[in-house]
Design a protein around this ligand. Sequence first.
Ligand SMILES: C[S@@+](CC[C@H](N)C(=O)[O-])C[C@H]1O[C@@H](n2cnc3c(N)ncnc32)[C@H](O)[C@@H]1O
Length: 261
Amino acid sequence: MPSTEGDLARNRGLWTTVNAQFTDQHADRAWAAEELTWGLFGIPERHLGVLGAVAGLDVIELGCGTAYLSAQLAKLGAHPVGLDLTPAQLATAARCQERFGLAFPLVEATAEDVPFAAASFDLVVSEYGASVWCDPERWVAEAARLLRPGGRLVFLTNSVLATLCVPEAGGFTQEQLLRPQRSLRRLEWPGGGIEFHLGHGDWIRVLGANGFVVEALHELYAPAGAPTHAYYDIATAQWASRWPVEDLWAARLSSGKDGGA
Ligand SMILES: C[S@@+](CC[C@H](N)C(=O)[O-])C[C@H]1O[C@@H](n2cnc3c(N)ncnc32)[C@H](O)[C@@H]1O
């Protein structure tokens, strides 16, 4: 099922607020960063090697926000397109493009219904974008449609464990399991947005059903001495130094659906 207009409006409203409170002010620093990093604790891509060489690749970022990941990919020679649901986020991305002299297309749309032809891209990426805010059955199918045969999907989302340890009212992860894994899928936060989370087995099922072969699942921890994020109260650095706080998936599109090679 595609997200309802109500769900899309709620998430757009949330991200308009987050843009005003945090992401707009933070965007210049993120665009200026000297290297591509992943997640809350900024794990360098050079330590993970999840993307491989990106120069010359056609890339689409689903749920790009202020598009700092796309900006880093452009600096590495890729040809990114940033797609997002929220005009305020895209306005910040456009402002940063001007400031940093780095231009690439920015598209306002939902990642569950992407206005590009099939087989237009070599790489689909999402860092806390569609990977969190869209129904996996919809956006993973869109990623498969958008990719050329052999293309890759790389996405970052909250770890399964972190999702199970967040209190009902939101806030930092605790050291107890606070929700059943069986009930994971669509999560609605009080006063917040609508998110989607799956267990690892379900991610592998959805990826396989859309023709992807999983290449890697990197479970990300906070590095020693890392500070707790100043704005996102997802997990403290102390929690994240003991348990994986984020799941970074890499998958390759095989030629056939249902995992066929
Ligand atoms: C955490 S930001 C991700 C961008 C960036 N990597 C970051 O960490 O700031 C989440 C983004 O997902 C976008 N988003 C939410 N629902 C979406 C949808 N249905 N389609 C596309 N983008 C969506 C929001 O507008 C927001 O900009």
